[in-house]
Design a protein around this ligand. Structure first.
Ligand SMILES: [Zn+2]
Length: 443
């Protein structure tokens, strides 16, 4: 990026701050794209005027870029037993044609789409490490670096989560032929992490044990010990935790405990952890996750697509839980579609509209958007998701008159965006102080 083009600030008639909506807000940022000052009621900054309400860009806390390639290909009536596991086989088969070039191209197009939709950070849960035959590339980081380049080209902020994937099941079964592309033992994994730290020092890296079925206790312990002793002891840790009922059954059989219960017995998840798809969890497990401050990563459109079930959000929120949203299989890359589906499944289930008993002044869309920002912020391990000094100048500027009159309140405009919007209701995305040039370009 050419720093001479860096704008010094943005003036928002309406901006969504961590405390809620504020008027006449001058947002200053430095040459690194970090917010240096936020002033309410300041009309004299002379900054460029945003063309609509300004909200923090959303953090996509869970993406598998390569799965974008099967969007549309898995929607056939393939059999009465078609479920997550049969989808997974189709997904595995699709990876055979994907090398570094294909991954980079695919991820770039995907990330560009995310930016157009108002995501400004993506956490890529990356496990496609080796060539199609399972043989490692001569540069073990080849595929990870393809992801880094794709994110740079799209201008999206990245938290890269190289994944540790050791086994084919809870009893340390060997990897299937399709899973060999993902396989690393813990020592190979830690070498990959160290290599990435040297080669792309600017990239934020986290730790990602794939799941309790793919990582044994000793490997998890070694990974966490490495983290504890490193200069990155607060780096985010992401794990798939309990997406499927069959996973819970297998965990009970192997470990005599449900996945969340088991994880808390062998590790100490805290606010730096993100538990992806805590779909199959009991109220006790939800309370435990909430008490530990771990973020729950919800991916409603993928969870719906795969018939996973849905997360009981009111129960979790009433225990003080934190959630964020992710696009996961990338069947959908709109943050508002994730929030909309999340909210609607709660209403359908409870048969009422105010599902969490909130009495906030702001609308449901605004409240859920702020909640998802907080979860995403924690999961990313970055200073993102807030219009506040010290945070990255990453915003989405909303189209003020997509659905409503442009003189409606910003809260009405954001709620229209959450419940009716798309990329078309995002007028501009700003990342690190730079307006993205992707808006309006071919999708
Ligand atoms: Zn996933």
């Amino acid at each position: 990026m050419d720093s001479s083009n860096c704008i010094q600030g943005l003036f928002a008639t309406d901006a969504l701050l961590p405390t809620g909506w504020a008027s006449d807000v001058s947002i200053s940022f430095d040459s690194e794209g970090i917010i240096s000052d936020v002033r309410e009621g300041d009309r004299d900054s002379g900054y460029r005027v945003a063309s609509g309400p300004v909200i923090p860009g959303m953090i996509n806390l869970h993406s598998h870029a390569f799965q974008r390639s099967i969007t549309g290909k898995t929607q056939s009536f393939s059999g009465t037993e078609d479920d997550f596991w049969s989808w997974r086989e189709a997904m595995y088969r699709s990876t055979s044609e994907i090398g570094p070039k294909e991954l980079e191209r695919m991820a770039y197009r995907l990330y560009a789409d995310m930016v157009r939709n108002g995501y400004t950070t993506v956490c890529e849960f990356h496990y496609l490490h080796h060539a199609g035959d399972g043989i490692p590339y001569s540069n073990r980081a080849e595929m990870s670096l393809a992801i880094v380049r794709a994110a740079e080209q799209a201008g999206i902020r990245l938290t890269l989560l190289p994944v540790l994937y050791c086994h084919g099941g809870f009893r340390n079964e060997p990897l299937s032929s399709h899973q060999r592309r993902f396989g690393l033992d813990v020592n190979e994994y830690l070498r990959l992490l160290e290599q990435l730290r040297k080669e792309v020092p600017e990239t934020v890296l986290g730790y990602a044990p794939h799941s309790l079925r793919a990582v044994d206790n000793d490997s998890l312990a070694m990974m966490l010990e490495h983290r504890r002793k490193s200069a990155h002891d607060r780096a985010p840790v992401h794990i798939h935790i309990a997406e499927q009922t069959a996973e819970v059954t297998q965990c009970l059989k192997s470990h005599r405990a449900r996945p969340v219960e088991y994880l808390y017995g062998i590790a100490e998840p805290d606010a730096t952890w993100c538990l992806i798809h805590a779909t199959q969890t009991t109220p006790t497990e939800k309370e435990r996750m909430a008490r530990s401050n771990a973020c729950v990563g919800l991916c409603p459109t993928t969870e719906a697509d795969l018939g996973d079930g849905f997360f009981d959000l009111p129960d979790f929120l009433s225990s003080g839980g934190t959630f964020g949203i992710g696009s996961d299989s990338n069947v959908c890359v709109s943050p508002v579609e994730e929030l909309r589906l999340l909210e609607y499944t709660q209403r359908l289930s409870l048969r009422r509209r105010n599902t969490s008993g909130d009495t906030a002044d702001s609308g449901v869309g605004t409240v859920r958007y702020l909640q998802a920002l907080e979860g995403g912020r924690r999961a990313s391990g970055q200073s993102v998701g807030r219009i506040e000094a010290g945070y990255r100048a990453d915003f989405a500027v909303l189209e003020p008159d997509s659905f409503t009159r442009s003189d409606e309140s910003p809260d009405v405009i954001l709620n229209a965006h959450v419940f009716s919007g798309s990329s078309l209701s995002v007028r501009e995305t700003v990342i690190g102080g730079f307006p993205s040039t992707l808006q309006g370009s071919a999708h």
